[in-house]
Design a protein around this ligand. Structure first.
Ligand SMILES: Nc1nc2c(c(=O)[nH]1)N[C@H]1C(S)=C(S)[C@@H](COP(=O)(O)O)O[C@H]1N2
Ligand SMILES: [Mo]
Length: 574
């Protein structure tokens, strides 16, 4: 038999086995495909064990979440804005999906590399674990323990990879042996103590050596068996891990909480305060909690147990202290207020604004009580993950109805909206006033400290701009010619809206009817019935605040201090 260098020969232990013509040599394409699949399965096992470990350490230590968080932190502002603009509330789902796709591609390549060099394959998974560990550890609230899921995951991934490569690179002799010896004996050599060393070396080479040797046999059956086991283990570990992570969920604790009765209730709504019942497509006066826009940097929503909650005051206070949730709930100055909040990232005509009835305690009184010092011009607000939002101390003290809120539309704050406590300062964009999951307020100065968004070049102070938006008709809609309502909302928190004007095509501006004012901090709906002749029309809206500021016509992007421009849409009457 040509080229049949048998392994029995002691002298060949250092030689690479050479293809035996009768060995079941596998097509190269198939071996590569299976190696790539081995990479993918190993990644699944790694992620599965990481999730399982994260169930012990905490959800934020999961490498996918931690890497996603790191990506958010490191992403340049224009890209982030693009994501908020195009994916809106789904930006985090897109990010996690994107992270998983990158991991999958990496894993496929890693499988191919590992087929050629196992050490390189192992290194590849170790690197993958290192990135996860680094991301988890360097989170603002990260600890050394947070590296554990990545390390355990990488270890499990390496074992899975090695196990999956064995059937792809079984030495040809082994596979061919039974045929040659004509007996059922995969263990032919192992019973013989004389060959024990040789077997060891062989095993070692099998596990660590270059797998892509010519003629290595491919044991498909064993590969799919091992692969099936790997997939099952990954699913059980990952699924179980996710399930166990639910023990961190605070949904139940939130449901068990009852809000204090406010000492000062919201003012009664004026008659006909909400016009949305009469006009299809008009934004309701109050936004349902479930419909409320959400903007934050948290991939996994922070879960704070009410019993663990502590709000710490630090920095330039005369008598700083910390507060538990009952200490806040039991105060006798609890207020209930209707307030519209808006995001600096809102585009002209955008949806990043909402109105709720909030319950909380007055921020100004709270700060004074703790002796906030006159030298402080910034409050560095920290959430439970260490995210920072810098609010001007002046506004926190002086803006009427600025509050530490714990109730939203009759319920404890929804977890996504900052449970159990967030800050609200009417008239400022959320990124400088509305810190959710608030656990720390440090009285400091703008000179001494740049908060998260300011570090990313957003304006340090963020007063909201006068804005108005057309809700109906919807842009680019075709509707029957004739009379129909043009309607929408307008806001200028703390000042109030005095006037909304609408222009159709090149006609004069016409003043819209406004819904009764609920509060200067609440948006106003506006309506203008209009007779549309058949044809194409453009509709433009602009608002004026009660202190006489007209909405700015010039277009500006949200970055760095909020968009400006009149909202204008095209419609067709047929
Ligand atoms: N902890 C924390 N609070 C945060 C943010 C955040 O990323 N983290 N985003 C802010 C921004 S930019 C806005 S516009 C508001 C949005 O509040 P909402 O999600 O309840 O609508 O929350 C603010 N509070
Ligand atoms: Mo925002």
């Amino acid at each position: 038999m040509a080229g049949s260098v048998r392994r029995q020969s002691v002298t060949t232990s250092a030689q690479a086995p050479v293809a035996a013509p009768d060995s079941p040599g596998a097509p190269r394409g198939l071996r590569n495909a299976l190696a790539a699949l081995a990479g993918l399965l190993s990644a699944a096992v790694a992620l599965g064990f990481a999730e399982l470990t994260a169930a012990l350490v905490g959800p934020a230590s999961s490498p996918v979440i931690a890497v996603g968080d790191a990506v958010i932190t490191l992403t340049p502002e224009p890209v982030k804005e693009f994501a908020i603009r195009n994916f809106g509330e789904n930006d985090k789902i897109v990010l996690v999906a994107g992270t998983l796709v990158v991991i999958a591609v990496y894993a496929l390549l890693l499988g191919l590399v590992a087929l050629r060099s196992r050490p390189l394959g192992i290194l590849g998974i170790a690197l993958f674990g290192f990135v996860g560990a680094l991301a988890a550890f360097t989170r603002p609230a990260g600890s050394l323990l947070d590296v554990l899921p990545s390390i355990v995951g990488a270890g499990a991934g390496i074992l899975a990879l090695l196990a999956l490569l064995v059937p792809l690179t079984a030495p040809s002799g082994a596979a061919a042996a039974p045929a040659r010896h004509g007996r059922e004996a995969p263990a032919a050599g192992s019973a013989d103590p004389a060959h024990a060393d040789e077997r060891m070396v062989e095993r070692l080479r099998e596990i660590l050596g270059s797998g892509d040797r010519k003629g290595a046999a491919l044991d498909r059956r064993r590969f799919f068996l091992t692969g099936g086991v790997a997939l099952g283990v990954a699913a059980v570990a990952g699924g179980g891990g996710r399930l166990l992570q639910r023990r961190f969920d605070v949904a139940e604790a939130r449901a068990d909480l009852s809000l204090p009765k406010p000492a000062s209730a919201a003012a009664a709504l004026p008659r006909g305060a909400d016009l949305s019942g009469e006009i299809d497509g008009l934004t309701p006066l109050f936004t349902d909690n479930r419909e409320f826009y959400r903007v934050d940097t948290a991939i996994s929503v922070p879960q704070i147990r009410p019993s663990d909650y502590k709000l710490s005051l630090t920095g330039m206070f005369d008598s700083p202290r910390s507060y538990t949730l009952p200490e806040l709930f039991e105060r006798d100055d609890v207020i209930e207020r209707d307030i519209t909040i808006t995001c600096v990232s809102n585009e002209v005509g955008g949806q990043l604004a909402g109105t709720a009835r909030w319950i909380g305690i007055p921020l100004g009184a709270f700060l004074r009580e703790n002796g906030v010092q006159s030298g402080s011009d910034q409050l560095a607000c920290r959430d439970v993950n260490g995210m920072t939002i810098g609010a001007p101390t002046r506004s926190a003290l002086d803006v009427e109805d600025a509050m530490l809120a714990f109730g939203m539309n009759g319920e404890p704050l929804p977890v996504e909206h900052g449970f159990p406590v967030r800050m609200l300062i009417p008239g400022l964009y959320g990124y400088v006033s509305a810190c959710k999951w608030l656990t720390g307020i440090e009285a400091t100065t703008f000179d001494a400290f740049d908060a998260y968004w300011v570090e990313r070049d957003w304006a340090a102070e963020g007063p909201i701009k006068v804005a108005s938006r057309i809700d109906t008709p919807a842009p680019l809609r075709e509707f029957p010619a004739g009379r129909r309502a043009i309607a929408g909302v307008a806001w200028a928190q703390t000042r109030g809206i005095a006037k909304v004007e609408v222009r159709v095509d090149e006609e004069d501006w016409a003043e819209a009817e406004l819904s009764p004012e609920v509060d200067a901090d609440v948006w106003r709906q506006w309506v203008l019935p209009y007779d549309f002749p058949a044809g194409r029309h453009s509709i433009t809206v602009r608002a004026t605040s009660a202190d006489g500021e007209e909405q700015v016509e010039a277009r500006a992007t949200p970055f760095p201090s909020g968009s400006t421009g009149w909202h204008s849409i095209q419609v067709v009457a047929a």
